[in-house]
Design a protein around this ligand. Structure first.
Ligand code: SAM
Length: 215
């Protein structure tokens, strides 16, 4: 059993020998949140989409299968995650449907007004100054664009002991009000209770949340 602080640091930025293992665990554990987000994306033909913090890029094929005229960009600040995502998505990259970059969401390497949709799942907890990231997201969104935040509710995340180490958790109200304070309008909030899993003899059920916002 790995130490809780180590697990938290790997979830923040997977790196080194444990990166592949933690990324696979995230693929499985966060599938219900990706299902919720992908079901709710307001996609149009030809949309340009950005995912921030894509982990090992497991979900890109599913995203591109929703509509094959999409162009998808991904940015993640973990070198290991970018390498793994590039490895498993070679075909999509070769076809010019997927573009990956290593970098942080506090300084996005994209021109103003590029994206129809920006989304991130399980990433906002690690933003020390969310205002900086939200300003960058606003800058790269088209004026008609949408930003989807995927997260788990604060109340249910508190059941996971590693969240004590460096996670900034939010309730729906707290994150929605931060979005509003930073120039976003909330369009919809979607919530779904995940299937439960067992942890140290206890059943844990997380609440997946997807908040859709516009400028
Ligand atoms: C908890 S994992 C979530 C991965 C995936 N989105 C999922 O839900 O399974 C967080 C991911 O976001 C990346 N990340 C965290 N903060 C970031 C930032 N400020 N800019 C870019 N990537 C970031 C990490 O490297 C990691 O791959």
């Amino acid at each position: 059993m790995k130490d809780l602080e180590f697990i938290a640091s790997q979830l923040r930025k997977p790196s080194g020998d444990f990166a592949a293992t933690i990324a696979e665990k995230m693929n499985e554990g966060n599938q219900p949140l990706y299902d919720l987000t992908f079901n709710r994306l307001d996609l149009n033909k030809g949309d340009t989409i950005l995912e921030i913090g894509f982990g090992n890029g497991f979900h890109f094929p599913e995203l591109l299968s929703l509509e094959d005229s999409l162009t998808v960009y991904g940015i993640d600040y973990s070198e290991d995650m970018v390498r793994q995502a590039a490895g498993r998505n070679k075909k999509l990259i070769k076809k010019g449907q997927l573009f990956l970059a290593e970098g942080g969401s506090d300084r996005l390497p994209y021109a103003d007004h590029t994206f129809d949709i920006v989304f991130c799942n399980m990433v906002i907890y690690f933003w020390d100054n969310p205002e900086v990231h939200l300003k960058e997201i606003r800058r790269v969104m088209k004026s008609t664009g949408k930003f989807y935040t995927g997260m788990r509710s604060k109340e249910t995340m508190l059941q996971l002991p590693f969240t004590k180490f460096g996670f900034k958790l939010y309730s729906v109200e707290e994150w929605s009000s931060l979005l509003k304070d930073n120039g976003f309008t909330i369009k919809n909030t979607y919530q779904k209770t995940d299937p439960g899993f067992e942890e140290s003899g206890k059943v844990i059920r997380l609440e997946s949340i997807c908040i859709a916002a516009e400028l």
